[in-house]
Design a protein around this ligand. Sequence first.
Ligand code: AMP
Ligand code: MG
Length: 353
Amino acid sequence: METAVYRITQENPLVPEMETLGEIIKRGGLVAFPTETVYGLGGDALNPESSRKIYAAKGRPSDNPLIVHIAKLEDLKPLVKDIPEAAEKLAEKFWPGPLTMIFPKSDLVPKETTGGLDTVAVRFPSHPVAKRFIEAAGGYIAAPSANLSGKPSPTIAKYVVQDMDGRVDAIIDGGDIPIGLESTIVDLTGDVPMILRPGYITKEMLEEVLGEVATDPTILNGNATDRPKAPGMRYRHYAPKGELVIFEGNKEEVISSINARSEEASKKGRKTGVIATSECADLYKADSVKVIGSRENEEEVAASLYRILREFDDEGVEIISSESFSGTGLHVAIMNRLLKAAGHKIINLWEEA
Ligand code: AMP
Ligand code: MG
C-alpha cells in the first residue's frame, strides 16, 4: 500500500485535503492523525471492517479495544446506552481534552471496535487537526495509538512514518504532540468512578469534580495477578529494545548506581544510555545521556519520554538506566508508562540503604 503523507498543522487545519482524508475513512481506509496526547491510527468506528484493519496494521491483539473519538458533544449519545451524571460533569470540565470515558455501548458500535466488550471508550480530543479530521470523516473515528504493537506511542510524525508506512492509506503530519502520554481512562459503569489508565487529567483533578475516585489496583501494583479492567494495560507496552532499569533513591546514590551499571555494561562492550533530568545530566557517564526535562517541570518530562525511548532504539542502545519520577499528579502517569517500559524493573536504593 502506498502511504501519502500530508503536512497539516494546528494553526491551519481548514485545508481542502481534509475532505480527501475524510473520504478515505468513509471508504473503509486508515489514516494516522495527530491528537493532543499521541498520534492516533484512525478508521471508521462504526465499520467493523475498518476496526479489523486497524488491528492488522498495528499487529495488535483483537481483544484490546479501541477508543472512539468524536468531535461534537452531541455525537456521544448515539454511541452509549446511558450517560451518567458523573460523565456529564467530566465532559463539561475536561472535554474537549485528554480524557477517555467508558460507557455501556449502544448497538451502533460494532463489537469489533470494542474488542468484544459491551462497553465503549469515548474521547473528544482538543487538537484542532484531530477535530477537523473527525468531522470530515463523518464524526466517529476509532483509534489506538499509531505505533506497532509493543513499541512506544509516537509523539512525532517521523515515528508514525517509521511504523505505519505501507500499512495505512495516509498519515497527517501535525508536528510535535503537546502532551505526549495517552489519555486518562475513567470507567463510569460502576458505583465509584475508576481510573483504568492514568494520564494528563490526574486523580486530583477528577476528584475535584466528582469527589471520591478509585484507581484500578493493577495499575499501581505491577505484581498484581488480577486482570486490569482496561485490557490494553496488561500487554507489555511502550517498551524500548534496550534493557531499561529505573533507579529510585537519593540523588547521589542514583547517580553513582547508574554510573556503576553503565560502566559494567561498557566493559562488556554494550552500548549504554541514561534518562536524566536536566539537573543531573552532566554527572552521568554513558554513550547516550538524554535529558528528559527538568525535575521541576513534569509536563516537559511527560512530553519527552516516548521520543527518548524511540531515540534509544534508533541508536541501538542496549542498557538503559533511568531516574525515577514517583509522586502525585502527572507523576503517576509518567511512572506508570516508565514502569511498563521497564517491565517493572526498578531498583529501590532507599530500601537497600
Ligand atoms: P490506545 O488506543 O493504545 O490508547 O489503547 C486504548 C486503551 O483503552 C487500551 O488500554 C484499552 O484496553 C482501553 N479501552 C478501550 N476500550 C475500553 C473499554 N470498553 N473498557 C476498558 N478499557 C478500554
Ligand atoms: Mg497504545
